[in-house]
Design a protein around this ligand. Structure first.
Ligand code: CP
Length: 315
């Protein structure tokens, strides 16, 4: 694995999941990353991604450096040929090249603006790092994807499933803000690589990018979709069709105990952070059906498996 910026960088998903679960079971430190440095750059806030990836690097013996881009560092210019007379003091060409002098792997988080679909889909920040860094690049959630979260989710489902082909439902839920489609995009992509019966349920106007969802059934009636579900992944996202907009805050879509009753005693997943009683009700998050903490715990082993792969290929 040279980079981990998208799910297609994984050539053997089942093997990577197995490896992550073995790392979890072994729960011990390795030496493969000794003398190597992971540099993480955050253009947006984070709790899980930041700490689990730092922990993963350290479990591999790596040194880890973290920087909040823009506030800790100089503001970066990404435009080629720009006359740099604004508040952006450093060009990505120098920044990525210089970071590559200090780091053996660079990991980047950069959310979309949700104003301009074309611009967000160009993945300018992530791709600029890929273009101008001379070391591998890892995606810590970009404009359109969150592949480390998706790998975690696949690990969690593999670990918890009680039948060969469980039914997995990705359900939209209301939220007061407009959120990216990155997490549901990557979840939809990785579910197509697992042996699961996968459906998506969301209100009209909230269908994800059809180039990602391909032939996945999209059901606009949540109650119908939830029937017989073994796993329900609850998540808000803004509209893709009316790009970046909030079309609904319909609390009938909040995942409640009543909704849970319609499933096959489903395990309830969410990437976190979650807004209680808006996205998922207290009684569900506080029940035995909720696996959100275990899911968050698996972030470490997903990141560890990915970083280990990159280090193995590099040495
Ligand atoms: N799920 C996730 O990426 O969490 P953070 O935004 O806290 O990193």
């Amino acid at each position: 694995m040279k980079n981990y910026t998208e799910l297609s960088d994984i050539k053997d998903l089942q093997q990577l999941i197995t490896e992550a679960l073995e790392l979890k079971k072994a729960s011990s430190s390795l030496e493969i990353g000794k003398g190597k440095t992971l540099g993480m750059l955050f253009f947006n806030p984070s709790l899980r991604t930041r700490l689990s990836t730092e922990k993963a690097g350290k479990l591999l013996g790596m040194d880890v450096m973290v920087m909040n881009a823009g506030s800790d560092s100089w503001k970066l210019e990404f435009e080629d040929g720009a006359i740099m007379d604004s508040d952006k003091a450093e060009h990505i060409k120098e920044a990525a090249a210089v970071l590559s002098q200090y780091c053996d792997i660079i990991a980047v988080r950069a959310f979309p603006d949700l104003n301009d679909k074309e611009k967000d889909e160009a993945e300018t920040v992530l791709n600029s790092f890929k273009n101008y860094a001379s070391v591998p690049v890892v995606n810590l959630e970009s404009a359109t994807g969150h592949p480390l979260q998706a790998l975690t989710d696949a690990i969690t489902i593999t670990e918890l499933k009680k039948k060969d082909r469980p039914k997995v439902v990705l359900s939209w839920a209301p939220h007061p803000k407009t959120l990216p489609q990155s997490v549901p995009n990557s979840f939809a992509e990785i579910m197509q690589k697992l042996d699961v019966n996968f459906v998506i349920t969301n209100p009209e106007g909230y269908d994800l990018n059809p180039e990602i969802t391909k032939n996945i059934p999209i059901i606009h009636n949540q109650d119908e979709a939830l029937k017989d579900a073994d796993f329900v992944y609850v998540k808000n996202w803004s509209s893709y069709e009316s790009y970046g907009q909030k079309l609904s805050e319909d609390r009938n879509w909040t995942f409640s105990a009543e909704k849970l009753m319609q499933t096959n005693n489903a395990k309830v997943m969410h990437c976190l952070p979650v807004r209680r009683n808006m996205v998922i009700a207290d009684e569900v998050l506080d029940s035995e059906n909720s696996v959100v903490i275990q899911q968050a715990g698996n972030r470490t082993f997903a990141a560890q498996a990915v970083l280990k792969r990159i280090l193995e290929e590099k040495v």
